[in-house]
Design a protein around this ligand. Structure first.
Ligand SMILES: [Zn+2]
Length: 69
């Protein structure tokens, strides 16, 4: 999960904020976010990164429940 070059925009549709984080699309889908961008990487701004973190946490908890861990 590297840092993002300056000037890269958030990959979420309709969002024009500058990205602060780069994630793979697999990671992104864990957080319930989807992007339409090309390639395997997606970029998130501060706002969407926080949203993603919330979603990813939730899906981890769901997994735990599902597998009885
Ligand atoms: Zn964004």
């Amino acid at each position: 999960m590297g840092k993002v070059k300056k000037g890269v925009k958030c990959s979420i549709n309709g969002c024009n904020n500058l990205a602060i984080k780069s994630l793979s699309k697999d990671e992104l889908s864990k957080g319930g976010l989807k992007v339409l961008s090309e390639g395997r990487r997606a970029y998130l701004c501060d706002t969407h990164y926080k949203l993603w973190k919330k979603g990813a946490k939730k899906s981890k908890e769901l997994e735990r429940i599902r597998y009885g861990l």
